[in-house]
Design a protein around this ligand. Structure first.
Ligand code: SF4
Ligand code: SF4
Ligand code: FES
Length: 256
């Protein structure tokens, strides 16, 4: 039987709270096939019993284990240890954009606040749940956006808020601008003009399409190309072209 390989790896993990903290060095055993979250769990079980970390599924689906690994926002459970050289130091730090609660756990309530600011789907008047009908092509248009696991890696990475705390109030962030794009594409949504709202009330204009959000999305959603850029175009069309705006109203009504 082939022997499974194991080695000691140099980990550097951020320990502390919102007032003070530091990087702490740990040599820790790594076995074949393990991911960064396995190593963090081994640290908890051995050298650092009180290390705080948030996780749930260990399968890239709950979005809880987001952190920065060697400065790159990633899911710890989806980052394989064999992507690092054996002598490469692995540094694990909490998400930078949100306040630290303790160690690797951050307070992500900014995202819940932004989610609540978006009015939910509004069905057309006189159409009851169960009577909604839409074309498969319309279902598919926004299917990609519904793969979101709310890991907030995109929210954490976007430079509009990452280094600019003062922008947080005005900017919904890529995940929630994408939610607005999804609703804007919904043929039955009767809320009004989602694209113009996104532009005027949720900071779509602050996005300068750098695509950093897209690069870190573990679900490989093309946030910028498929949600944000088309919504920017629709916002401009609807705001400055009254015929397009009128046409979209009539189209939505006839689709209901
Ligand atoms: S594309 Fe827009 S939302 Fe995405 S990271 Fe860049 S500025 Fe932020
Ligand atoms: S869009 Fe992607 S990166 Fe952003 S919260 Fe959803 S899954 Fe995470
Ligand atoms: S533990 Fe669920 S995404 Fe990593």
């Amino acid at each position: 039987m082939a022997e499974s390989k194991s080695h000691l790896h140099h980990f550097r993990v951020w320990r502390g709270d919102d007032e003070k903290g530091d990087l702490v060095d740990y040599p820790v055993e790594v076995n074949e096939g393990e991911v960064v979250l396995d190593i963090i769990h081994r640290l908890q079980a051995t050298e650092a019993n009180d290390l705080a970390v948030r996780w749930n599924c260990k399968a890239g689906k709950c979005g809880s284990c987001s952190a920065e690994i060697n400065g790159r926002p990633r899911l710890m459970c989806m980052t394989r240890m064999n992507t690092f050289a054996e002598d490469e130091v692995v540094t694990v730090t909490p998400l930078r954009t949100f306040p630290v609660i303790r160690d690797l756990v951050t307070d992500v309530s900014f995202n819940y606040t932004k989610a609540r600011e978006i009015p939910s789907f509004q069905p057309p008047e006189g159409v009851e749940p169960g009577e909604y009908r839409m074309q498969q092509v319309d279902v598919e248009r926004s299917q990609e956006f519904r793969k979101c696991i709310e890991c907030y890696l995109c929210q954490n990475t976007c430079h509009v808020v990452r280094d600019h705390e003062e922008n947080k109030e005005a900017f919904a962030g890529p995940r929630y601008l994408m939610r607005m794009a999804e609703l804007d594409m919904h043929p039955l949504d009767a809320h009004g003009n989602r694209a113009v709202d996104a532009q005027e009330e949720h900071g779509l204009g602050m996005c300068n399409i750098t695509k950093c959000c897209t690069e870190v999305c573990p679900e490989h959603i093309k946030i910028t190309d498929n949600a944000l850029i088309p919504m920017k175009e629709r916002a401009v069309d609807r705001k400055y072209d009254p015929l397009v705006w009128l046409g979209s109203k009539i189209f939505k009504r006839s689709g209901a």
